[in-house]
Design a binder for this molecule. Structure first.
Ligand code: FES
Length: 239
């Protein structure tokens, strides 16, 4: 990134005097550390816009696990890009948390293999236990529930993703254990997931693995590893 760490970005840093003019007074919730992280990542790309995905992960962490319109505006401002461009990227990838979700967002795979293995029953059990339907958030804001496509762990269906954690072999009778495990996991939140991915991006940028974890894919989505539920043997294939 052309901007130095000790000052806010300017449009002319990116040679785009007019593009970011409408973002010049945008909100700023990035901490100094977050700005430094963004600058570090951007410095490894030929142009700032190429760092938009990690910038959005930083924004998701800095904005409490959610990509708000203000977060989009700040990313646009910092990268010197039009807000609509950042919005287009953020809405294209379903992995970003757009709109209000529970602190712990449960994504249940209902794709073919998981469906055959009883995903619908697991979803119904979760709805009953949480008192909400798919697409809703509990009144205390702790949990939200979503149905998603294949999470790429088909042999452990039904699979549930919560932040950066994956839980396999989830059946209706394991729903209580699942919720207990999710509550106990400090990193099963949108913020923690975003932070893990940012660290992966920083590690990739510097040519090393800064997370010290294993099993990180290109998206970094599995940076927190997995946690088997009691009575399952799901973990062995996910290290
Ligand atoms: S079908 Fe559920 S993880 Fe692939």
């Amino acid at each position: 990134m052309a901007a130095e760490n000790d000052r806010e970005p300017r449009a002319e840093d990116h040679g785009q005097e007019t593009i970011s003019a409408h973002n010049a007074h945008g909100p700023s919730r990035f901490s100094p550390e977050a700005v430094a992280e963004l600058n570090e990542i951007v410095s490894h790309y030929p142009e700032p816009r190429a760092a938009m995905l990690p910038a959005l992960w930083i924004a998701q962490r800095e904005y409490g696990g959610e990509i708000t319109p203000e977060a989009i505006a700040e990313v646009a401002w910092r990268l010197g890009r039009p807000t609509v461009e950042v919005e287009g990227v953020a809405t294209f990838y379903t992995m970003y948390n757009l709109g209000k979700r529970g602190r712990r967002h449960l994504e249940v795979c209902s794709c073919l293999t998981c469906a055959v293995l009883g995903a619908a029953d697991t979803i119904r059990a979760l709805e009953d236990r949480l008192g909400i339907k798919v697409g809703q958030t509990t009144p205390d804001g702790e949990f939200s529930l979503a149905e998603v496509e294949c999470l790429n762990w088909c042999e452990a269906g039904t699979v549930v993703q919560v932040g950066g954690r994956y839980y396999g072999n989830v059946t209706p009778d394991k729903v209580d254990a699942l919720l207990e495990a999710v509550r106990a996991a400090d990193d099963a939140t949108g913020e923690a997931q975003a932070d893990g991915i940012v660290k992966v991006c920083l590690g990739s940028a510097s040519g090393s693995d800064s997370t010290g974890s294993s099993g990180t894919g290109s998206s970094g989505a599995r940076s927190s590893g997995t946690m088997p539920l009691p009575g399952t043997a799901a973990e062995s294939s996910r290290g």
